[in-house]
Design a protein around this ligand. Structure first.
Ligand SMILES: Nc1ccn([C@@H]2O[C@H](COP(=O)(O)OP(=O)(O)OP(=O)(O)O)[C@@H](O)[C@H]2O)c(=O)n1
Ligand SMILES: C[C@](O)(CO)[C@H](O)COP(=O)(O)O
Length: 228
């Protein structure tokens, strides 16, 4: 199978998780999220290099934690927002190796993503899609509300999807996305959309949930075992 380079934005503060320090270093059953995310990517068998964007204040800690766990990754300083962290990781990845064809971007916060999903995204890009995102149908009714919290309408959810990571790109596409990027985007495929690149989808997986709140952490602790 074609192999990819994976960028792991892990430089967030985890404010919604509470006062626990950098979120990527928060452990679930003793194993930090960033270690689980990197191991998950490497265990898919189609990722040959991982570049982690870490908080500038926790660079050494993250290097030590990953090395102690045997999770091989290049750790570079991240930026003030997710877009900037991905940009810095991309620069480092491209500076390190010239023969990259496929790049994945994968949140450290989606630490329990199954390796099958990683393989599915890489296979879709290898099959010719310039940009690929994993998606799930939206289960809840979705409404618009105004500034006072009053409902102004109900959105037709039939064509809505919740988007996960890893998101996969042909390397030149991601390079063009970041060359053109002005300001932030909530995901990397959003940058591809802005420059007119078609983004295709593969079925996502509930285990690729993003650990955002303390509730998510409790769910992860209940659902996932001791081993990464
Ligand atoms: N400056 C930033 C901000 C976010 N991220 C990463 O982007 C991913 C998705 O972000 P999110 O889950 O929203 O994490 P945080 O930004 O840490 O969360 P919060 O908004 O609650 O602080 C995470 O793996 C996070 O570490 C990053 O690399 N650099
Ligand atoms: C990239 C992402 O995981 C796709 O769902 C998500 O947008 C990142 O979340 P954030 O809160 O915008 O950092």
């Amino acid at each position: 199978m074609t192999s990819a380079v994976a960028l792991v934005p892990a430089a967030g503060r985890g404010e919604r998780l509470g006062d626990k320090g950098p979120k990527a270093l928060v452990p679930v059953h003793g194993v930090p999220l960033v270690v689980r995310a990197v191991r998950g990517l490497l265990s898919a068998g189609c990722v040959r290099r991982v570049v982690v964007a870490a908080p500038a204040t926790a660079l050494d800690t993250m290097r030590t934690v990953l090395a102690d766990a045997g999770a091989d990754a290049l750790v570079v300083p991240g930026g003030a927002d997710r877009t900037e962290s991905v940009r810095l990781a991309l620069d480092a990845a491209l500076g390190e190796s010239r023969d990259v064809e496929i790049v994945l971007v994968h949140d450290a916060a989606r630490a329990f993503t199954p390796p099958e999903l990683v393989r599915a995204v890489v296979a879709e890009v290898a099959g010719g899609s310039p940009a690929v995102v994993p998606v799930l149908p939206v289960a809840d009714t979705v409404k618009r509300v105004d500034a006072d919290g009053v409902v102004t309408g109900t959105v037709d959810r039939a064509d809505l999807r919740a988007v996960q990571t890893p998101q996969g790109f042909q390397v030149d596409v991601l390079r063009r996305c970041y060359a053109a990027a002005a300001g932030q985007a909530t995901d990397d495929a959003g940058l591809a959309e802005r420059i007119g690149v078609p983004v295709s989808t593969v079925p996502g997986h509930p285990a690729a949930m993003k650990i955002t709140t303390p509730f998510d952490l409790h769910v992860a602790e209940a659902l996932f075992g001791v081993r990464a």
